[in-house]
Design a protein around this ligand. Structure first.
Ligand code: C2E
Ligand code: MG
Ligand code: MG
Length: 703
């Protein structure tokens, strides 16, 4: 094998290497491209196109190899045919010119030799591809020697120079081992497969038997073609194949990359669709299906007529306070933790839905009894007896449940939810029973409530309110020291409505701020009138709702009313309840500000709610108003509790007023335990302004 042939094979290996590298690069780069588009690669992404791409590329490579071999073979065939055709003509000419006789007649100087030499030289010079033409023969010793071998311009510079280019004298031995030559000597036309290098250069040789008149092979005609030219032509074919394969490879790469990109695009579109679907049908915070999901993807009717469905609606109590105290994000965390707790109890035939911000549904399909549903809801209530732990804190959350049943309580989701909600609204706030089933009676009650709601709005505008006054007396002097302003609603058809009925509603509707200020102004105005009338310094107690206490303008509003009505701040007493102190830090600051205005503050209904004595000391208040409930059994039973409260108040430097004294015994008892002040039906019921004036008249006249 010659060095050139070795190079040639290395070329193929190199090409193979580059080609495989290109396949690998394309696969890796396109993966990268997809990752950039999708941010992460789905499992088994583009496996089929990649396998197809690699296979196609390999098939293309094999095809290229076969095509290359075919074209190169064709090229060889052209040389072969050319050599054979020339050989047939030349060998016939040589026989006719008497080539066979050259040796016998000492041919080197003979006329025939010169003639044949010239002829061969002509052939050699006139055919472009041919490098040299010569004849050879084998002697008796089996050695091959040249017969006619003309001078040849191997280096193509137009001149014959050097020993190599000179004519080879007849009889010169040819030393190379060439199997094709031996075969030709036996009578067969042969041609080398590849060019070889001998002392005359790089060439590919064809050997044609030359016969004598008897048909015997007398010598061999050698035709050498330029090896470089031959290889160049073959290389041109290869380059064409490489170009062709390269072009198809690029097309395959493009198709492959486009396929991957379109697959990625499909996934992306699907992902976007899923995201949109998620946004439309799922709640972001909890991941729960939302109202749209229920309405669009769980059509109630599809469940068929035989199916029974229960709707358990619930909300959490306690979250608002967390929101106010610790902020939105903490509240969200507690909320999500509460939802997760509910989720752990979900069974296969149940679906948890976030219906609105604070309302959730558990849809239960195919239950056996209604009691089963109630039991389930109650089991959830029990779960929340354990606090929800978030961060390093425990939070007490209390779910409330309202239940409705399909088909009895509604024929669509909205009706079922509305009724379940109505049931939930009737769950009492401070009670262990946190589950309520819908019944039509609830609807009547709620309709009544709604009527009042509507009328309440109107009452504010129509000024159907009136302030009544109930005197407050000193138990030491027995004289009135002030009065509590108590609101009444003069309903045009229902008569006087108790504040117990409409104040909570007004609070819910946030109308209380407006109403409360109206009461305050009225009470201040009338107190100034009363005091001016009698030359007294009676203090008026006005009830302040917890909603009002949270109003940002409260302080300014109070100041404004005091200025407008000219009531001295010390003659105004604001009654707050323990419930207002839920957000202790905030409320105590507002109370401090109120106190700083010189206004008197009383803690109303003391002992009725969740009393926590710890805050009493820190609060800026002047007086405790003991709830009426403590007087109910007095004096039938000895009540040490009442005594303790009075002592406690005194220890904290507070005045103590007892509410709800109805009998002389109660009054005497209060005196005996050194309670400071009193208020109750025994002295007077809450009275309209003019009746209160009359009461005072009477009181003052008696005195
Ligand atoms: P409260 O502030 O504890 O008022 C005392 C309540 O006890 C009054 O009921 C009063 O009529 C009643 N009462 C007084 N002495 C006796 C007694 O000897 N026996 C009995 N059985 N009851 C007695 P009223 O006027 O129905 O007011 C109820 C509640 O409504 C008030 O309780 C107060 O919390 C609220 N309220 C009244 N007016 C207003 C107001 O203008 N604003 C606000 N925010 N709440 C008000
Ligand atoms: Mg009060
Ligand atoms: Mg009270």
């Amino acid at each position: 094998m010659t060095s050139l042939e070795l190079d040639f094979d290395i070329n193929i290996l190199l090409f193979l290497f580059v080609y495989l590298l290109a396949i690998l690069t394309v696969v890796l780069l396109s993966r990268k491209l997809v990752i950039r588009k999708l941010s992460e690669l789905p499992e088994r992404f583009g496996k089929a196109p990649t396998v197809l791409f690699v296979l196609l590329s390999i098939v293309l490579l094999i095809f290229g190899y076969v095509l290359d071999s075919t074209l190169r073979e064709k090229e060889y065939k052209e040389y072969y045919d050319m050599a054979k055709n020339m050989g047939t003509i030349f060998s016939r000419d040589l026989r006719n010119e008497g080539h066979a006789t050259l040796y016998q007649s000492d041919a080197d100087g003979s006329k025939e030799y010169t003639h044949i030499l010239r002829k061969i030289t002509e052939w050699q010079n006139h055919i472009k591809e041919v490098q040299s033409v010569y004849t050879m023969r084998m002697d008796e010793n089996g050695q091959i020697y040249f017969v006619v071998a003309p001078a040849t311009d191997y280096n193509k510079d137009g001149r014959i120079r050097g020993e190599m280019e000179q004519r080879v004298p007849m009889g010169t031995l040819y030393k190379e081992e060439v199997p094709e030559l031996k075969r030709a000597l036996k009578g067969t036309f042969t041609m080398q497969k590849k060019p070889t290098t001998d002392r005359w250069g790089y060439s590919i040789s064809a050997f044609i038997p030359v016969t004598n008149g008897r048909g015997e092979v007398e010598s061999v005609l050698g035709i050498d073609f330029d090896g470089d030219q031959f290889m160049e032509r073959k290389m041109n074919e290869r380059l064409k194949v490489i170009g062709f394969v390269g072009l198809i490879f690029i097309v395959v790469v493009l198709i492959y990359v486009l396929t991957l990109l379109s697959l990625a695009e499909k996934i992306l579109t699907k992902k976007h669709k899923n995201e949109l679907h998620k946004m439309a049908y799922y709640d972001e915070l909890t991941g729960l299906p939302n109202r749209n999901y229920l309405n669009n993807l769980l059509p109630l009717m599809e469940w068929g007529e035989e199916s029974v469905v229960a709707v358990i609606l619930f909300g959490f109590e306690g979250l608002d306070a967390i929101d106010e105290l610790l902020g939105n994000s903490k509240c969200d965390n507690v909320y999500v933790a509460s939802i997760r707790r509910i989720q752990t109890s979900m069974k296969e035939h149940m679906k948890l839905i976030r219906w609105s911000e604070r309302e959730h549904l558990i849809i239960v399909k195919d239950y056996s009894t209604e009691q089963e549903i109630v039991n389930f809801a109650e089991s959830l209530v029990k779960q929340f007896l354990i606090p929800v732990h978030v961060g390093s804190r425990d939070f007490y959350i209390s779910p409330k449940f309202g239940i409705s049943f399909y088909p009895n309580d509604g024929s669509d989701w909205n009706a079922l939810v509305k009724n379940a909600n109505l049931a939930k609204m009737h769950v009492p706030s401070e009670n262990d029973n946190r589950v309520m089933i819908y019944n039509s009676q609830l609807l009547t009650e709620s309709n009544e409530k709604r009527d009042i709601e509507l009328e309440l709005h109107h009452a504010v505008i129509a000024e159907q309110f009136e302030v009544f006054y109930q005197p407050q007396l000193s138990l030491i002097s027995g004289k009135p020291i002030g009065m509590e302003a108590l609101l009444r609603w003069n309903h045009p058809s229902k008569g006087i409505i108790s504040p117990l009925k409409f104040i909570p509603l007004a609070e819910e509707l946030k109308l209380i701020n407006q109403i409360g200020l109206w009461v305050l102004k009225k009470a201040c105005t009338q107190t100034v009138e009363i005091n001016e009338l009698y030359g007294l310094n009676l203090r008026v107690s006005v009830n302040l709702s917890s909603v009002q206490l949270q109003h940002p303008h409260l302080l300014q509003d109070i100041k404004k009313i005091l200025i407008e009505t000219r009531l001295e701040p010390r003659l105004l007493d604001l009654e707050i309840t323990e419930g207002s102190l839920f957000n202790f830090e905030k409320s105590s600051q507002i109370l401090e500000d109120i106190k700083n205005l010189g206004i008197h503050i009383s803690l109303d209904d003391f002992g009725a709610g969740y009393s926590s004595l710890s805050y009493l000391k820190k609060l800026s208040i002047h007086r405790l108003k003991i709830d009426r409930i403590f007087l109910l059994n007095i004096p039938k039973e000895e009540d040490t509790l009442m005594t303790s409260i009075v002592t406690l108040g005194h220890n904290l430097n507070l005045k103590v007023l007892a509410e709800g004294a109805e009998t002389i015994e109660q009054v005497n008892f209060l005196k005996s335990i050194e309670c400071d002040e009193v208020q109750g039906y025994y002295f007077a019921k809450p009275l309209p302004y003019h009746e209160f004036i009359a009461y005072l008249n009477k009181q003052l006249n008696i005195d």
